[in-house]
Write a protein that binds this ligand. Structure first.
Ligand code: HMG
Ligand code: MG
Length: 328
């Protein structure tokens, strides 16, 4: 029986049965807002995301407050949400960031490398190798403290300064992050230029250099509308962790032309239609993103949020998703 406001589930062979969504709206989304969102609103956003069924919610970053002023309240925010029964990863670029995160009891941290020199410089004020050297003690100390470590890798497909990024360059930094001890790698299409064949090639070459698919997550920005197609290519390859941002919030203040992440609602709609479990309640998530859009004073760019949040008022005139009986 199909519920109105949800797609009909039609499974496809050889796709994963379950996907873990790594929600990045409160970090990747809010780091890029022109105005700084009040701490209490951020905390309420994270609580609502957890109530909607998301189990991994990136909370904030312990970076230099002058570099990312929107997340300068990390010390005030984290204790307001740390009682939630979900994973709350935080970004830490260096040992100073790790100290701040561990002092508040963070159990999951993420370092963030770049496949290109230009972005390493813009984002971390370091070369690629200097940044890797900066992460080494962060990863080993985090592991010693029993925290899990995600390694982000930005500019895996294209870079706004350097153009298309050779796959070999990406593979080298992935290997370095794994050898350092990262538990998981998130492949970032920071400016959203990837296409499905490119995704498949990168994942295949990573496997050929002994990077197992089970350690990989994908992190697509939706600049050119390719994020869902790219996600589907990754699912076909066996990836089961997908990053997304509630309402499609996001971007990167250090990469011109980076727009919002893949919207979590658009992802959930597709996964639900494929019969893939996520544990997320789409209605609650849409309500959360609609509430957040009101806080930010602008509509969500997510197609699914727009379609479902207008549904109530337009129900008498607009067709809804087909029910099973309508389809037969
Ligand atoms: P730097 O200027 O080279 O820093 O910045 P430094 O190491 O020379 O230190 C300078 C001062 O900063 C020192 O203070 C440090 O203590 C302080 P002073 O002694 O002068 O008083 N400092 C800190 N203070 C608080 N917290 C810290 C910290 N570190 C140093 N953690 C640094 C280097 C890495 C700090 C800086 O470049 C930085 O904070 N960058 C963060 C950039 C960022 O957050 N970018 C967005 C996240 S990445 C992203 O969005 C991409 C992703 O979504 C994936 C994708 O889409 O591709 C993940
Ligand atoms: Mg990002």
């Amino acid at each position: 029986m199909t519920v109105q406001g949800l797609p009909m589930a039609v499974p496809v062979a050889n796709l994963p049965a379950r996907v873990r969504i790594h929600e990045v709206g409160a970090r990747d989304g809010l780091q890029n807002e022109k105005t700084t969102v009040p701490t209490a609103v951020k905390a309420e956003f994270i609580r609502r995301l957890a109530a909607a069924g998301l189990t991994t919610i990136e909370a904030t970053s312990f970076v230099h407050p002058k570099w990312v002023p929107q997340l300068a309240d990390a010390e005030a925010l984290f204790p307001q949400v740390s009682d939630l029964p979900v994973r709350l990863p935080v970004l830490v670029p260096n040992e100073r960031g790790l100290d701040r995160a561990l002092a508040l009891g963070a159990r999951q941290v993420a370092v963030f490398a770049s496949a290109t020199e230009s972005f390493a410089k813009a984002n971390l004020n370091r070369t690629v190798d200097e940044a890797l050297a900066m992460f080494e003690p962060v990863v080993s100390r985090a592991k010693a403290a029993d925290a899990s470590v995600r390694g982000y890798l930005s500019m895996c497909f294209g870079d706004p300064w350097e153009g298309p990024v050779p796959v070999g360059q990406v593979v080298r930094v992935c290997r370095a992050l794994l050898d350092m001890g990262c538990d998981e790698l998130s492949l970032g299409d920071t400016i959203g230029v990837a296409t499905p064949g490119h995704v498949r090639r990168l994942l295949t070459e990573l496997n050929e250099t002994d990077v197992p698919t089970s350690t990989l997550a994908v992190h697509f920005h939706d600049t050119y509308g390719q994020a869902l197609a790219n996600t589907y290519a990754a699912l076909e390859h066996g990836v089961t962790t997908v990053d997304a941002s509630a309402g499609g919030l996001g971007g990167c203040p250090f990469a011109k032309s980076a727009t919002g992440n893949l919207a979590t609602e658009d992802l959930v709609w597709m996964l639900q239609g494929l019969g893939i479990e996520t544990g997320v309640d789409l209605g609650s998530l849409v309500a959360t993103s609609t509430w957040m859009a009101d806080q930010l004073g602008r509509p969500s760019p997510s197609r699914t949020v727009r379609a479902l949040s207008h549904k109530d008022s337009a129900e008498s005139t607009e067709p809804t998703a087909p029910t099973e009986s309508q389809e037969q």
